[in-house]
Design a protein around this ligand. Structure first.
Ligand SMILES: *Cc1c(COP(=O)(O)O)cnc(C)c1O
Length: 418
């Protein structure tokens, strides 16, 4: 699924020499391969041909309109976690009938907006949310189609900040309360019970937690059926990881993941919803940056680049590894700390990394930055948010411009007494 390669020692994304983009856009910037996103999406569809499924892209991984549109055109639905994301999904052409709405903190106003658009499903995460949703639906004489997000108390074995399926996490309804809550919902005027939902975490590198979770969900679906509650939707969430270190691939194949879905659910007469985010876009994106200074410390050599933790938070937030490649291929190696310009020590992309030798002015690609990169970026240190570029074959197009300093500063205004 690699859409990048060196050609004449220049790093290409699809058929575009990334340096040519840099000359027009300036660094830092994100670029994404449309082909890579399509291949990732079609991988799920292909593997699940025998099952009734809908892939609902988890927008929070990368919510650029152009990226969503690529997936919308392929038939993807969306998993959204806010009114803003719901609006983005609709604006990119994803029909409401393919949108599921997750999240622990849906407000009454957000619910009313989603009800007005007739979305496919609310994934309800608490009893109190259920009461509020029922009230909102009744107030507009509608029925909200729901699934309950069940917390299966399964350890996803991923980074603690992105583990969501253990009883200590804020997400979902404890699995022990499943039948009780379904009975309650079944009696409500404004609620249409249609499914069950689970999402145990992100960047999973093993199949076992999925296997355990799907088995528990299967048992609940069967148990509920014996109570007369016949579910027609099983939403299995997202979470399948991507490889961040090309020299050490660890992620189970999509084929094996999909085989688990078939194993647990193919005989249940339910539609299977998937909510992948990272595994659709993660490996499709690169953050391109320029070496500003090479600084020899007493013990280590720092490569200071013009991208910072405000542009790509993952290394400082999750201690995440990203491969870093020079745009011009080189056989010489050196050991570096790759750091950004932000006034925080956490602004580090790599520590003691043996890699290609770099000089000041050179361009580098921080690989596998398509998910939770631009979407989590900020203007911290009053840095301009990174532009984004979509590549398709030998074409590229700017899909988010770098705004001006004036526009950024003008977002603020003085208080009335100043
Ligand atoms: C974040 C999230 C996803 C997507 O997770 P990935 O690890 O990016 O696949 C799916 N569903 C829910 C509810 C989420 O919060």
């Amino acid at each position: 699924m690699t859409s990048y390669q060196y050609q004449n020692q220049q790093l290409q994304l699809e058929n575009v020499n990334i340096k040519e983009i840099a000359e027009i856009v300036n660094t830092p910037f994100y670029c994404y391969s449309q082909e890579s996103i399509s291949t990732a999406y079609n991988g799920y569809v292909e593997q699940l041909k025998g099952l009734d499924t809908q892939v609902c892209y988890a927008l929070k991984a990368n919510s650029n309109q152009a990226v969503i549109k690529v997936l919308a055109d392929l038939g993807a639905g969306a998993d959204v976690v806010s009114e803003g994301e719901l609006r983005r999904a609709l604006a990119a052409g994803i029909p409401a009938s393919k949108i599921v709405y997750s999240g622990v903190a849906k407000t009454p106003d957000e619910m009313l907006f989603a009800l007005s658009k007739n979305i496919f499903q609310f994934n309800v995460e608490s009893e109190n949310e259920l009461y509020v949703l029922n009230e909102m639906a009744c107030s507009v004489s509608k029925k909200a189609a729901i699934a309950f997000r069940i917390n299966p108390d399964v350890d996803a074995n991923t980074h603690a900040k992105i583990s969501t399926g253990m009883s200590e996490n804020k997400f979902g309804i404890p699995i022990s309360r499943t039948t009780e809550i379904y009975r309650l919902a079944d009696s409500m005027e404004g609620i249409e019970v249609q499914g069950i939902d689970v999402h145990i975490g992100s960047q999973l590198t093993q199949l076992i937690p999925f296997d355990q979770t799907f088995k528990l969900i299967r048992e609940k679906v069967i148990e509920l059926a014996t109570m007369g509650i016949q579910l027609k939707i099983i939403d299995v969430g997202g979470g399948l990881g991507v490889d961040y270190d090309a020299s050490n691939p660890v992620i189970p194949s999509k084929e094996d993941y999909c085989a688990l879905l078939t194993k647990h659910f193919s005989d249940l007469d339910c539609k299977i919803i998937l909510e992948p985010g990272r595994s659709l876009v993660g490996n499709s994106g690169l953050l391109i940056s320029r070496v500003i200074y090479k600084k020899r410390g007493e013990e280590r050599t720092f490569i200071i680049i013009d991208a910072g933790m405000n542009d790509l938070l993952r290394p400082s937030m999750y201690e995440a590894h990203h491969d870093i490649l020079p745009l011009t291929e080189s056989d010489n190696t050196a050991t570096y700390d790759i750091v950004g310009p932000i006034c925080e020590t956490g602004d580090t992309f790599a520590r003691g990394r043996k890699m290609a030798e770099l000089e000041e002015g050179e361009l580098v690609a921080i690989m596998s930055s398509g998910a939770y990169g631009a979407a989590m970026s900020s203007t911290y240190n009053t840095r301009l948010q990174v532009p984004e570029v979509l590549v398709n074959g030998d074409q590229f197009s700017i899909v988010r411009e770098r705004i001006s300093y004036e526009a950024l500063i003008n977002q603020d205004q003085l208080a009335s007494w100043q």
